[in-house]
Ligand binder design. Structure first.
Ligand SMILES: [Zn+2]
Length: 64
């Protein structure tokens, strides 16, 4: 299972969890306070997105 990064909306705790890809966006219980944690989409985790591609200008298929 891949590991995802989450941040608690209650206390701000950041933690990692091993979850199935299909469950990655579902809320998770914070191990610190029991609040609701939401996933953080790290820039490296999903690869280059169309937005970052246009910003950096290094899109492999976007030349000219
Ligand atoms: Zn918390």
């Amino acid at each position: 299972m891949p590991m995802y990064e989450y941040k608690c909306e209650k206390c701000g705790e950041v933690f990692f969890e091993l979850r199935r890809a299909t469950e990655r966006e579902e809320p998770i219980v914070c191990p610190d306070c029991g609040g609701e944690g939401k996933i953080i989409f790290s820039t490296f985790a999903q690869g280059a997105s169309p937005e970052s591609c246009s910003n950096k200008g290094d899109c492999p298929s976007g030349s000219t």
